[in-house]
Design a protein around this ligand. Sequence first.
Ligand code: CP
Ligand code: NVA
Length: 307
Amino acid sequence: MTRHLLRDDDLTSAEQAEILELAAVLKKDRWKLKPLAGPQTVAVIFDKSSTRTRVSFAVGIADLGGSPLIISTANSQLGGKETPSDTARVLERQVAAIVWRTYAQAGLEEMARGTTVPVVNALSDDFHPCQLLADLLTITEHKGALKGLTLTFYGDGTSNMGHSYVLACVTAGMHVRVASPLAYAPRADVVADAEAIAATTGGSVTLYTDPDEAAAGADVIVTDTWVSMGKEEEKAARLRDLGPYKVTPHTMSLAASDAIFIHCLPADRGYEVDAEVIDGPQSVVWDEAENRLHAQKALLVWLLRQQ
Ligand code: CP
Ligand code: NVA
């Protein structure tokens, strides 16, 4: 049966661990596997801007022996002119997989329902599961086993990153904390889904409004932009509301002494994080950015094996 990655909990704990192990193998031996030899093509579609996702998928598909076809929605018939399911039916006759960065999660779900090739969410308004695979690989490299670690996410818990941390971390058996104002807490249904997973993995999810309390003893401190793509008109309100949740040297001083800092990037220094933190010794953001490549290659290999 065709498998897709539309949200983080599309993977079981065992599947997530298998992909992370494969990512580590591919990081050590970059050209070990060529499941796309032919070359087969993978369509990588962007409705929103991107640097890391665009580059890492293009390079990764080439590493796997394939050919990336990068499509901007602005120059295609998607985006109001043709439905996701009709687009999928056209693409599946010619490509091995479809990777899509878009707005509505519902579009991705429609795309996946309409096709026999794997569909990968390369960021939607609701989730960014590819980023989380890279983040979990990075955390493993720096902290060892994921199970039992505590990660605190600061800022917009309603965002794709907020939701993905909640789901992916409990899948890995981690304790995830979200520090945000009440109005920016993760969606209740996502928290409920995470709690159900946590009950089987030994993880947990806890929501905080006090930023200091949320940092206490954490192994990983993470934040993301306060103004996600598509939220630009709310910028002034967001800067005001999320100000107290900036990650500062004080935040890091409350976390475990060997805590690491991660950020999916792009970052707004001085807003969600101080330059001293993101450019400081505890930051591993460049490893994290590189790991997009290795994690997504492992994901594509794994998805193609399920076909
Ligand atoms: N982190 C991330 O997805 O970056 P891009 O928006 O540059 O792809
Ligand atoms: N939350 C951010 C992530 C960017 C990679 C956004 O959606 O803009």
